[in-house]
Design a protein around this ligand. Structure first.
Ligand code: NIG
Ligand code: FE
Length: 423
């Protein structure tokens, strides 16, 4: 991009530009850096085509680059920030689980419902019964909802097929959904979500052997990450380790659902294998989190999902405050799925993370932008407002970063810009 090219889009007079710059370039933020990133008061953001060209205070705006083709966006009194990165969702599924919500309200636990053949297995039945066109239509509808909340990049896991054809279909649907609208979709393979009924007798090891033998080779170039649910009633630690080791050898990035309901040691195990993220972490101890931070030099991101314990009526929330203080970068996500979080409101997750996990507003904002981008291996590309990064930008209806988690449950988004295009 020529340094003199006229700006195609220019956002001016923002009360605060949340740049998310600071710390080591393109690395996730932890420790004091998680809240030490730069805010520009009375600032601008300029784009050329799909990239950010310049960011700074209004007093330094190069007016020579404003031409007849420049679209001006007035952000007087408002916050301007990077588009949200939603780094953990189960976007593609059939049906819903409203009937189980009532069981939960009567006192049944998540694992009770799963053990009775419901839970994830109930969504597997509904997903297998749905056509590809139905799954795509539903994914597109949910993506439109996410975009309305300012999500500009979203990770989408498979995991409600649990057989070769349906799992491949779910990854295909996620990719197609990404191509048919503006929100970028990053597919993850979660074929190892739970053991399907067909493998109940043979067991978890036989099922992951099947995935490794008959499914993963067809996913090269189709799914960026391989994920597994390491939990009682899902996959034990030794099987999860074996599966992730093999997936790593095949060239996939690694993720894990771990320490959601019990401390089985899944997060440390996956981090030692180089996992890009370890997700849930409600039962991860601060001591183990600090060990992960040291061993991975702050590269593995803990993806915390505060709406999940809320929705599952669980008292235990991840110790986000201690994780950050111990040097572990924290990202936040909804975990959008029909069982443990049927919400797309990532802003609500930000508020609940402040209230229940001890994050500050600046740390929580870093967790849904720069650190969430790192949790998808995309930190060099998005998650901060810097020249050369994707022009994924939000204009909010609030005037300061402190107001973001304060308006509990509201959607503060006024404008969403994806790849330089105002939608
Ligand atoms: O991330 N914990 C495992 N999987 C999902 C929930 C899936 C479901 O209940 O349908 C999660 O919470
Ligand atoms: Fe999940």
């Amino acid at each position: 991009m020529a340094d003199s090219a006229p700006y195609s889009l220019l956002i001016i007079d923002a009360a605060q530009v949340l740049t998310l710059t600071g710390g080591a370039p393109d690395q996730p933020l932890a420790g004091p850096d998680a809240s030490g990133w730069t805010i520009i008061e009375h600032g601008y953001v300029a784009c050329v085509a799909d990239k950010i060209a310049a960011v700074g205070p209004m007093s330094e705006l190069n007016r020579a680059r404003i031409g007849p083709e420049t679209r001006l966006l007035d952000a007087t009194g408002r916050v301007v920030m990077p588009g949200l990165v939603e780094c953990h969702t189960h976007l593609v599924f059939g049906g819903n689980r409203a009937h189980e919500f009532e069981r939960k309200l009567r006192g049944e636990t998540y694992l009770d419902i799963l053990a009775s053949g419901g839970g994830i297995l109930s969504t597997v039945r509904a997903t297998r019964a749905a056509s590809e066109a139905e799954l795509l239509a539903s994914a597109l509808q949910h993506l439109a909802g996410f975009r309305h909340y300012g999500i500009t990049t979203l990770e989408a896991k498979s995991g409600y097929g649990l057989d070769r054809d349906t799992e491949l279909r779910l990854v295909r649907v996620a990719r197609a959904a990404g191509q048919q609208q503006a929100v970028r979709v990053v597919p993850t393979f979660l074929g190892a979500h739970v053991v399907p009924p067909e493998f109940k007798a043979a067991g978890p090891q036989a099922y992951v052997d099947f995935l490794l033998r008959e499914v993963l080779s067809d996913l090269k170039g189709e799914a960026a990450f391989v994920d597994i649910f390491c939990e009682e009633g899902a996959f034990p630690l030794d099987v999860a380790r074996y599966y992730l080791e093999q997936a790593h050898k095949m060239g996939f990035g690694l993720k894990i659902h771990a320490e959601q309901l019990h401390d089985l040691g899944g997060c440390e195990m996956a981090a030692a294998l180089g996992a890009t993220s370890v997700d849930h972490c409600d039962y991860l101890t601060p001591a183990a989190a600090a060990r992960i931070a040291r061993q991975t030099q702050g590269r593995t991101v803990a993806v915390l999902l505060p709406l999940v314990p809320l929705f599952l009526r669980q008292q235990q929330f991840a110790a986000g405050r201690e994780f950050i203080d111990g040097g572990l970068p924290v990202a936040l996500s909804t975990d959008f799925n029909p069982g443990s979080c049927p919400s797309k409101n990532l802003w609500l997750a930000v508020s609940v993370a402040c209230l229940k996990m001890g994050l500050s507003p600046k740390e929580a904002v870093a967790a849904v932008t720069r650190n969430a981008a790192s949790a998808l291996g995309l930190a060099a590309d998005c998650g901060s407002l810097e020249p050369g990064k994707r022009a994924d930008i939000l204009v909010l209806n609030v005037g300061s970063v402190a107001e973001i988690p304060y308006w509990l449950g509201e959607n503060p988004v006024r404008e969403v810009i994806i790849g330089g295009e105002l939608g």
